[in-house]
Design a protein around this ligand. Structure first.
Ligand code: 1PX
Ligand code: ADP
Ligand code: CA
Length: 526
C-alpha cells in the first residue's frame, strides 16, 4: 500500500464512524480512526485489521454519488437529510465492489462514505471513476443471447433479476436477444450481428447454448479469415471476442469448470471486471466433412445414450439426465470399436497428476508459448508424427474425451479432474466392458474424492488428436448403408452370426458432443 503513491486521503464517515480513507491506483482502503488510535504503537495487527477494510480497484464495480433522498445502502434504512452544513453526513458516495462469499462465489457489496463537503465528495467520485476508466480489459458494450427454454426455463428471469441490474450499475450497455428457436443465436452471430459494436458476447443458458454461440463466433471468424472448416489440416483462427456465461442450463459444466461455480451473479461480476480464460476447442470431422466443435465432453457409449434418451424427456428439465442415467446404466450395453490417438508430448502433465487447472495455470501458459515457437519454426507436421499413433481395439462401456475437467454440480471434480482448460489437449477416457457393479463403483467415484481412473477396466490418456471407428461401421448412417449396399437385415445377421455363442448383443451408440448428438459415429478429432 505504502509503495503506491496516494491519489487521495480523507477523513470520511461510514455509518457515523470516522474513517481514514485512502485511494492509490491499486487499492481503496478505509480504516476506523478510533480503533487505529487505540492501537498506535502496538503491533496488534488483528485488532487494527478489525477496523479496516480494503478493496482492489480492479474489483470495484461502480461508484455513485448518493442522492439525498435515497435509502442508506449500508443499513437499508431511510436517512433523514441533515440540515446543518457542518454535518459530516450531508454528502455521500457509494462504492460497489466484489466481495467473496462461499467458495468461488462472488457478491456485489457496497460501502457508503459520507462527507461534509460536496466538492470533496465529487473529487472522490471523479478520481475513482478515472481509475476505473484505466482498466481497459473491462467490456463496455455486450451482445446478450438468452435461451428462454434451457434448464428450468428461468434464463430470462435470471438475466432480468440478477444480471441486468449489475450490468447497468457498471454502465455496461447491452443489446439483448431472447432466442426464438434452436440455432437462432448461432445463425445471427454467423451472418448478421455487427460484431464491431461489441466487446463481448454473453450466453444466458446451458452448455448447449454456449455451444451455439461458440459455433457462431468460431465459424464467423474462420469465414472472415478464409479458413476452410472442412479441412482437418488448417489451423483455426482464434476468436477476437470473449464469451461470458450466465449459467441457466441443466449441466452448466462449461461455466462451473471455468468460474468454479454456477452462480449467475458471480458470472456477471467476472464479466464486468473483464476476467478472461482461454479455452481449448476440439474440431470433430467425419472424413472431409466438418461436424462440430467441442469444448467439454465428447462421449460415446454411456454419455451418448444418456443424452439420446434424455432428449425425449426435455420437459423434465435437468432431472432428465438422472432418469436417463439410471435407465442407461441398467441397460448395460457395450460398444465395439477402434480408438487411435496421438499422445500429447512435452511438459503437459498427465490426467492422473492431481494438478488442477487454475487461472494463470503454468501448464497452459507453457503450452501456448510452445505453440508459438513451433509455429515460427514450422516444425514437425502431423504427417511426420504418423508413426506415434496408438491404436486400441476393444469393447467399451464408454469412450469419453474431456477437453476440460467437466466439473459440474453433479460431479464437482469432473470427468477428468486434472484436465487443462487451454493446453491444446483432451483427456481420453476408455471404460472397458465390465460388470454393472464395477461400472457403478467407477461412476460413484465421480462424486467423491476417490480416483475414478484407479480401476483395471479404466484407461486415461492425454491426447492431441484421436479417431474412433465403430466395429459395425456399415450401419453408421442410412446413407452409408445405401451406398455400401448393406441392408439393415444383413447388418443384424452379421452381428447374430458373430455373437451366437454368448447370446449378447453389442450396440451402436451416438456421440454426445457438448450435449448435442452427432450424426456420425466414425469421427476424427483434433
Ligand atoms: C451414481 C452417481 C453417478 C454420478 C456420475 C456423474 C458423472 C457426471 C459427469 C458429468 C459430465 C458432464 C459433462 C458435460 C456435458 C454437457 O456438455 C452436456 C450438455 O449440458 P446442457 O444440458 O447444460 O446443455 N450434458 C450432458 O451430456 C449430461 C450428462 C449428464 C450425465 C449424468 C449422468 C448421471 C448418471 C447417473 C447414473 C446412476 C446410476 C445409478 C444406478 C442405481
Ligand atoms: N428459443 C429456443 N427454443 C428452443 N430451443 C432453443 C432456443 N434457444 C436455444 N435453444 C436450444 O436449446 C438447447 C438447450 O439449451 P441449453 O441452454 O444448453 O439448456 P440445457 O442445459 O437445459 O440443455 C440448445 O441446443 C439450444 O440450441
Ligand atoms: Ca484441454
Amino acid at each position: 500500500m505504502e509503495k503506491q503513491s496516494r491519489l487521495l486521503c480523507s477523513e470520511l464517515c461510514v455509518q457515523r464512524r470516522l474513517y481514514e480513507v485512502t485511494l492509490n491506483c491499486a487499492i481503496l482502503a478505509w480504516k476506523d480512526i478510533q480503533i487505529a488510535k487505540k492501537h498506535t504503537g502496538r503491533a496488534i495487527y488483528g485488532a487494527v485489521k478489525a477496523g479496516s477494510s480494503c478493496v482492489p480497484v480492479c474489483e470495484i464495480i461502480a461508484v455513485q454519488e448518493k442522492d439525498d433522498d435515497t435509502p442508506c445502502k449500508n443499513t437499508g434504512k431511510w436517512q433523514k437529510v441533515p440540515q446543518s452544513p457542518a454535518d459530516p453526513c450531508q454528502h455521500a458516495f457509494t462504492v460497489f465492489y466484489v466481495e467473496r462469499t462461499r467458495q468461488h462465489c462472488w457478491w456485489c457489496s457496497n460501502v457508503t462514505f459520507h462527507c461534509s463537503d460536496h466538492s470533496l465528495c465529487l473529487l472522490w467520485v471523479q478520481t475513482i471513476r478515472e481509475q476505473l476508466a484505466l482498466l481497459t480489459n473491462r467490456p463496455k458494450s455486450l451482445l446478450v443471447y438468452i435461451n428462454p427454454y434451457g434448464g428450468k426455463q428461468r434464463g430470462k428471469q435470471i438475466y432480468d433479476h440478477k444480471v441486468a441490474p449489475i450490468f447497468s450499475r457498471a454502465s455496461i450497455s447491452t443489446d439483448v436477444i431472447v432466442t426464438e428457436r434452436a440455432n437462432h443465436a448461432r445463425d445471427h452471430l454467423k451472418t448478421e450481428a455487427d460484431l464491431k459494436k461489441y466487446d463481448g458476447v454473453v450466453c444466458v443458458g446451458g452448455d448447449g447454448m454456449f455451444s451455439e454461440i461458440m459455433h457462431g463466433l468460431v465459424s464467423r471468424t474462420q469465414q472472415e479469415a478464409g479458413v476452410d472448416e472442412n479441412s482437418m489440416e488448417e489451423t483455426l483462427m482464434p476468436c477476437g471476442l470473449r464469451i461470458g456465461i450466465i449459467p441457466a442450463g441443466s449441466t452448466d459444466c462449461i461455466c462451473y469448470a471455468t468460474v468454479g461455480s454456477n452462480d449467475p451473479v458471480t458470472s456477471a461480476l467476472h464479466i464486468i471486471v473483464g476476467d478472461s480464460q482461454a479455452m481449448d476447442i476440439c474440431s470433430v470431422h467425419n472424413e472431409d466433412r466438418f461436424l462440430r466443435y467441442s469444448v467439454s465432453l465428447l462421449g460415446y457409449g454411456f454419455y451418448g445414450d444418456v443424452l439420446t434418451d434424455s432428449e425425449r424427456k426435455r420437459w423434465m428439465g435437468p432431472a432428465r439426465y438422472d432418469i436417463s442415467g439410471v435407465k442407461t446404466f441398467l441397460s448395460h450395453r457395450y460398444y465395439e470399436g477402434t480408438v487411435s490417438f496421438l499422445p500429447a508430448e512435452g511438459n503437459l502433465g498427465s490426467p492422473r497428476d492431481k494438478m488442477q487447472c487454475r487461472t494463470g495455470c503454468s501448464v497452459c501458459r507453457q503450452s501456448s508459448s510452445d505453440k508459438l515457437v513451433s509455429k515460427n519454426e514450422d516444425s514437425v507436421s502431423d504427417a511426420e508424427c504418423q508413426d506415434t499413433w496408438t491404436v486400441i481395439r476393444g469393447k467399451f462401456l464408454a469412450i469419453n474425451a474431456a477437453s476440460m475437467s467437466c466439473a459440474c454440480p453433479r460431479s464437482p471434480k469432473g470427468l477428468s479432474p486434472s484436465a487443462h482448460l487451454a493446453d491444446g489437449t483432451t483427456d481420453l477416457i476408455l471404460v472397458r466392458k465390465c460388470s454393472r457393479l464395477d461400472f457403478l463403483r467407477h461412476l460413484l467415484r465421480h462424486t467423491n474424492k476417490d480416483d475414478q481412473f484407479d480401476h483395471s477396466f479404466v484407461e486415461v490418456y492425454r491426447v492431441k488428436q484421436f479417431r474412433f471407428s465403430p466395429r459395425y461401421q456399415e450401419c453408421d448412417s442410412e446413407v452409408d448403408l445405401r451406398e455400401s449396399g448393406v441392408t439393415g437385415k444383413r447388418f443384424l445377421s452379421q452381428i447374430c452370426r458373430e455373437h451366437r455363442a454368448c447370446g449378447c448383443m453389442p450396440s451402436q451408440s451416438n456421440w454426445n458432443c457438448d450435449g448435442e448428438i452427432l450424426p456420425h459415429t466414425a469421427i476424427q478429432v483434433r
